[in-house]
Design a binder for this molecule. Structure first.
Ligand code: NAP
Length: 489
């Protein structure tokens, strides 16, 4: 546990979201105490701290969307609201004693490898030295603001979903929602009931997966408290994992029966849920189901058929002080424009400056595209490990499961460094190149590459997410192939 100089190794975790919290808990569990967690926000939870928009929930069942070692009998619903997920994370941080290691409102601006350790600099201009950096900064945290002509002229409220302004009254207002990914669909489903008039601007129709979201009764929660084994069973919910496996099969085999069966199922959902033929036609996607992330909703189709809701699919021509004109010339006045336009997903930890061995700049390494061996390590960046780095399986699986698998992997690399008294370890250039070549080849054959535009694609149109099955990811995360790593002595 100590380095050759007798000092306890210093761990800097960047980000106190789901992955960062997990790493801190696991390091404490392994007996490490020289830990610091830098968090740019003023609370824990990452995406669940930042996102507070109305209607927010996670489409992974709550009993699965929790750490395997910390089940929660108190979830209110099968898919509980975002604020409950945040409370769960806050509770977990307090229970496992992580809070005292977190430095809030302190954004790391640079990490520089000195040849021995990493020097971190923060926005508060403090600096720190660490033996290991665990970069747990996430993927979905740089809001994308669309370039729509005239947007800046709008005199009402403009709110991005990831920066919701709770001071703005929503009741009985005229609201435009722009974007229909998972966020836009959740927003519309929630806001439709109480708005005076809501228009959903969809540039590309989406496939919608039907889900049911009942509440748990007090008696059910009592049983969960009394019988923890029930919670473990719920966590391994066979229906959810069947869905994940089906997505995985569809993603890796776009022509498989599973992929086409999925599309048929979602087409039937549209057919059965929407009665107006014109609206049905508008909502029918022209891309393969699963090419973009599939959106799950218990009531979206129902909500957009309300009398106070319109759906515009011809695109936005311009925005002026009072409202939005669409490409067919239609004009609507609004009090609020809600932008559910997603994130810049290729940024990762940047604009942070990351300088590795021999002055290699991560920005230059990633000039063509962000890439990491097994989503974890980059050549010349010793002891700089990423949780949910580029090319990991995000999107259609549970991020908590993915994080736990990744930690299992990274913790073994840390143990190798400490046990062998190395200065550091990172993937070798040849192993990285070989992996990257195979990854890109596989990515081009996935469902993500069947012709739609999505945040899964990099600047050259190659899908950036894990191109193989979840099962393969799980196997790869079991134990590092140490021959693929450069050892720094
Ligand atoms: P997104 O999936 O990237 O969707 C962005 C939406 O904005 C798309 O409909 C896009 O249209 C539209 N858009 C972007 N720029 C536009 C422009 N200039 N004009 C008009 N429309 C524009 O973003 P998101 O919905 O925030 O979701 C991002 C990810 O967050 C999800 O895929 C998911 O991984 C995660 N998420 C998860 C949950 C959950 O329940 N687990 C909930 C919310 C979010 P086009 O499709 O035409 O590009």
């Amino acid at each position: 546990m100590s380095r050759s100089d007798g000092e306890a190794p210093r761990f800097a975790i960047i980000g106190a979201g789901i992955s960062g919290i997990l790493c801190a808990i696991k390091l404490l569990e392994a007996g490490h105490r020289n830990i610091i967690v830098y968090e740019k926000g003023d609370g824990v939870g990452g995406t669940w701290h930042r996102n507070t928009y109305p209607g927010l929930f996670c489409d992974v069942p709550s009993h699965t969307y929790c750490y395997s070692f910390e089940p929660n009998p108190e979830w209110s619903q099968v898919f509980s609201p975002g604020r409950e997920i945040l409370s769960y994370l806050e509770h977990t941080v307090a229970k496992y004693g992580v809070d005292q290691f977190i430095r809030y409102s302190e954004e790391v601006t640079a990490c520089e490898y000195t040849g021995n350790q990493w020097r971190l600099t923060t926005k508060l201009e403090s600096s720190d030295l660490a033996d290991f950096i665990i970069c747990a900064t996430g993927v979905l945290h740089h809001p994308h603001y669309p370039k729509i002509p005239g947007l800046e002229k709008f005199e009402g409220h403009i709110i991005h979903s990831a920066r919701w302004d709770h001071e703005v009254q929503l009741e009985n207002k005229r609201i435009a929602v722009v974007g229909n990914g998972s966020t836009g669909v959740q927003l519309v489903a929630e806001l439709a009931s109480n708005s005076k008039h809501l228009v959903h601007y969809q540039r590309t129709p989406q496939w919608i997966r039907p889900i049911e979201n009942p509440h748990f009764s007090e008696e059910q929660k009592r049983q969960f408290r009394l019988h923890p084994e029930l919670l473990q069973e719920m966590r391994r919910d066979p229906a959810f994992y069947q869905t994940v496996n089906d997505f995985s099969t569809a993603i890796t085999g776009p022509e498989s029966d599973v992929a086409w069966g999925l599309q048929e199922f979602l087409a039937q959902n549209l057919e059965a849920s929407v009665s107006n033929p014109l609206l049905k036609e508008k909502l029918l996607p022209d891309h393969r189901a699963g090419c973009k992330r599939i959106v799950s909703s218990p009531n979206y189709y129902q909500q957009i058929q309300r009398d106070n809701v319109d759906t515009v699919t011809c695109g936005i021509r311009e925005i002026d002080a009072r409202g939005v004109r669409d490409n067919d010339g239609g004009y609507h006045r609004f009090d609020i424009i809600a932008l559910a336009t997603g994130y810049n997903t290729l940024q990762f930890m940047r604009p942070m400056r990351v300088i590795g061995h021999n002055g290699v700049d991560l920005n230059e390494r990633w000039a063509k595209r962000p890439a990491a061996y097994l989503a974890t390590s980059v050549p010349d960046f010793p002891n700089f490990f990423m949780m949910s780095g580029p090319n990991g399986p995000i999107g259609n699986a549970s991020l908590i499961d993915v994080s736990e698998m990744q930690w299992e992997y990274i913790s073994q690399l840390i143990d190798v460094v400490l046990d062998k008294n190395l200065k550091g370890i990172c993937v070798s250039n040849s192993a990285f190149e070989d992996f990257e070549e195979r990854r890109i080849k596989a990515a081009k054959t996935t469902l993500f590459a069947t012709g739609c535009d999505s945040w899964y694609l990099d600047d050259e149109g190659v899908p950036a997410t894990w191109p193989w099955s979840m099962e393969h990811f799980e196997v790869m995360m079991k134990a590092p192939i140490l021959d693929d790593y450069d050892h720094f002595r």
